[in-house]
Design a protein around this ligand. Structure first.
Ligand SMILES: O=C(O)CCC(=O)C(=O)O
Length: 237
C-alpha cells in the first residue's frame, strides 16, 4: 500500500512550503485547520471497506463515551489507514503546519492510531486528549448527528480556564463551540490537549467512521492505564 496514492497531492501538495505556511497561519489564528478532499475520492470506497472490516473487532468503550474503538495494534500490516499514519511525509507536513521542527508519533501502542466507530445512539462526551495533536480523517458520516463540536484552545499549559471549561460542559457557552464538517476524505488537525471537544449523538443505521492519528511534540508520550482500560478494555501485554 503506497500512502501517496491515497492523498490528493494536486490539491494538497505536502511538500509545498507555501501551503504549510498558509495553513500554519490559520492554525495559529483558529487552533484548527480543515483540509477537505485530502483523501482522494476514488480511494474512499476501499477505506470504507477497511473500516467496516475493522469495526468487527472494535471494543465498545464506555470511558466518558459510548462508541467503539479499534486500537493501533489491531490494524493489520496491509491497512491503508496504518500506512498513512506511518508515512513520514504526512507527519513532516503536520509538523511544518504547526511550526514544529519535528513531531513524534504517540507512544501509546493502542492510542497512537484509532478508528472511532459510532453507531446509532452512540455519543462522545466533552473531553481533552492526552496527546498534543490529533489528525482526524473523516471516512464515513452517519445519517444523523455525529457532529464534531470543538472549543479550540479553551485552555493552555498556563491557564486551565476551569470556569469556562465547566460552563461549556454545562451547555452555557455554545457561542464558543465550533462544529466541523464530516465530509468523507476531510483531514482535520486540532490540538486536543487544549481544545475541549465532543461528538454529538449519532442516529441512523450507517456507522460513523473517523480515523484518529495522534502526534506529540515530545517522544515517548503515552496514555495512563486508567484511560487504556476504559477505552480499550485491556493493557499492553
Ligand atoms: O470522532 C471524532 O471526530 C473525534 C473522536 C475523539 O475525540 C476521540 O475519540 O477522542
Amino acid at each position: 500500500m503506497d500512502p501517496a496514492a491515497l492523498v490528493d497531492t494536486d490539491r494538497w501538495p505536502l511538500d509545498d512550503d507555501a501551503l504549510a505556511g498558509r495553513l500554519g497561519q490559520q492554525f495559529a489564528r483558529e487552533h484548527v485547520v480543515v483540509l477537505p478532499g485530502f483523501v482522494r475520492q476514488d480511494a474512499l470506497p476501499a477505506l470504507v471497506e477497511e473500516c467496516d472490516r475493522l469495526a468487527r473487532v472494535a471494543y465498545h468503550t464506555t470511558y466518558n463515551a459510548d462508541l467503539e474503538v479499534v486500537a493501533y495494534d489491531q490494524f493489520p500490516a496491509d491497512s491503508a489507514i496504518r500506512a498513512l499514519y506511518e508515512w513520514d511525509p504526512l507527519m513532516e507536513f503536520v509538523a511544518r503546519v504547526l511550526g514544529q521542527e519535528r513531531l513524534h508519533r504517540y507512544a501509546d501502542p493502542f492510542g497512537a492510531l484509532n478508528l472511532a466507530v459510532m453507531r446509532d445512539g452512540h455519543e462522545l462526551g466533552w473531553h481533552f486528549d492526552q496527546t498534543d495533536f490529533v489528525v482526524s480523517i473523516a471516512i464515513q458520516p452517519s445519517l444523523g448527528g455525529g457532529h464534531f463540536e470543538n472549543v479550540p484552545q479553551v485552555r493552555s499549559a498556563d491557564n486551565p480556564n476551569e470556569t469556562t471549561v465547566e460552563a461549556v460542559r454545562r451547555g452555557e457557552r455554545d457561542d464558543l463551540v465550533r462544529i466541523e464538517p464530516m465530509t468523507p476524505g476531510t483531514l482535520m488537525l486540532f490540538n486536543g490537549r487544549w481544545s475541549l471537544h465532543r461528538v454529538s449523538r449519532v442516529t441512523g443505521p450507517v456507522p460513523r467512521h473517523v480515523a484518529l492519528l495522534a502526534y506529540d511534540t515530545k517522544p515517548g508520550t503515552d496514555s495512563d492505564d486508567e484511560l487504556k482500560l476504559g477505552r480499550y478494555g485491556r493493557l499492553p501485554a
